[in-house]
Design a protein around this ligand. Structure first.
Ligand code: 7TS
Length: 408
């Protein structure tokens, strides 16, 4: 059996039939499907070691704590962080960005200061910074895009000033698939003494991540976009930042001692993990990381690149199609429109043929405004997708054309 067919066997949901058609799941940028080992890890946790962590001295609690900390270690290794203390478990990228925008900004952002983001960010990497700027009387500056909707790096240097306190940028665009030149961006920020947060939500499933080589200050991950469970993710932060930042939330677990006069905080990363964490989800995320790391990365990269090329080729034969975002360096995400047909109509009709795609603004309204459209239809691929999925999408699009224009 070929390698990809073998991988597909690991994902039970891919066998789903939709309206009499084999499911072609092309909404992986929204969330990826889960392999059997991840589903089993959740089951095993609740069936064998469920207990609250860090608190108990009993058998189950010790086992749960060890597995939870083991998961942190797996995340550390996955992104090559220097220490597990630099990994804070969060609900995902959204919470990780909010943590930094809240805690870092409380400590370091003053009236008149500036934060730089880009025009191509997901709302999760825009709104928390807007809120922080509002709270502290700071200004949000936005890196513009080129005519091909890529970051215009020629405009970056002029955005830095002595007031710049943070630059936040995504590793990979969820709307267009563009892999941003973050290494270059980080080194420009370094030269201006500006810390950098990388939103890595879309990178985990497609790109090898090495936070030490990147030399970023913060990096965020969402487990559910890299074959792990929902509701869990992480903030990577350099130790020196975590030590200087105040807690994000108060509660159990994040303190060493509490009196009504004074609170002493726990060590990092626990200072940032108030309350009972998502223990099962962290452990199952660890299982997803083990699963990913055991795969042949070169084969998968080749497969994904081939799939993107095939999809672009086949889709470009569909009369009236327009692509948005055709950067040289991109993950297999294709955003498109079909003549004057509303993207929601495209999504609804292809669903009748078993094809799952996302339609709308993809939480990138400022990017859509720049392009001058209200949204796109987006096919986003994962390692388990095949050329048959692309063919099924193309056939379904022919039906969309037939419904709207009476022709194929
Ligand atoms: N940043 C990027 C680049 C994203 O793609 C997303 C989610 C987020 C942040 C937020 O991640 P979360 O896990 O905290 O929700 N993107 C999408 C998407 O493209 N379709 O649905 C969610």
């Amino acid at each position: 059996m070929d390698y990809i067919k073998q991988i597909r066997q690991d994902f039970p949901i891919l066998k789903t039939q939709v309206k009499g058609h084999q499911l072609a799941y092309l909404d992986n940028a929204a969330t990826t499907q889960k392999p059997r080992v991840v589903i089993d890890a959740l089951d095993k946790y609740y069936a064998t070691i469920n207990a609250n962590v860090h608190r108990g001295v009993h058998f189950l609690s010790e086992n749960a704590t060890e597995a939870y900390e083991q998961a942190r270690y797996k995340v550390q290794k996955f992104i090559n962080a220097a220490s597990p203390q630099e990994i804070v478990f969060t609900r995902g990228t959204t919470e990780a960005v909010n943590l930094v925008a809240s805690s870092f900004c409380q400590q370091f952002l003053n009236a008149g200061d500036e934060i730089i983001i880009t025009r191509a960010e997901h709302h999760s990497n825009i709104v928390p910074w807007q809120l922080a700027c509002e709270r502290h009387g700071a200004t949000l500056k936005v890196l513009p895009l080129t005519d091909s909707y890529e970051l215009d790096l020629t405009k970056l240097d002029q955005l830095f000033s002595s007031k710049t306190k943070m630059l936040a940028v995504s590793h990979v665009s969820n709307a267009l698939g563009t892999i941003n030149p973050i290494k270059e961006i980080i080194s420009k920020a370094r030269a201006n003494n500006v810390p950098v947060l990388i939103d890595g939500a879309q990178a985990g499933a497609h790109v090898d991540i090495d936070v030490q080589a990147l030399d970023c200050d913060f990096y965020t991950l969402s487990s559910h976009k890299m074959f792990g469970p929902m509701g869990i993710g992480a903030l990577y932060a350099k130790k020196s930042w975590l030590e200087q930042m105040p807690p994000y939330q108060g509660g159990g677990e994040m303190i060493l001692q509490v009196t009504f006069d004074k609170v002493t905080y726990n060590q990092i990363p626990h200072k940032f993990e108030a309350g009972t964490p998502s223990v099962a989800d962290s452990i199952a995320w660890g299982a997803a990381i083990d699963y990913l790391q055991a795969l042949d990365h070169e084969k998968i990269a080749q497969h994904e690149a081939g799939l993107l090329e095939y999809a672009e080729q086949q889709l470009s034969k569909v009369d009236g199609i327009t692509f948005y975002g055709q950067a040289q360096n991109k993950v297999p995400i294709i955003s498109f429109l079909l003549s004057d047909i509303h993207p929601h109509d495209i999504g609804t009709i292809v669903n009748d043929y078993g094809v799952a795609i996302r339609t709308g603004h993809h939480c990138n309204m400022p990017l859509m405004d720049y392009i001058g459209i209200s949204g796109t239809a987006r096919a986003s691929f994962a390692m388990y997708n095949t050329q048959e999925d692309v063919d099924q999408l193309c056939q379904a699009l022919a039906e969309v054309k037939r419904v709207f224009h009476g022709s194929r």
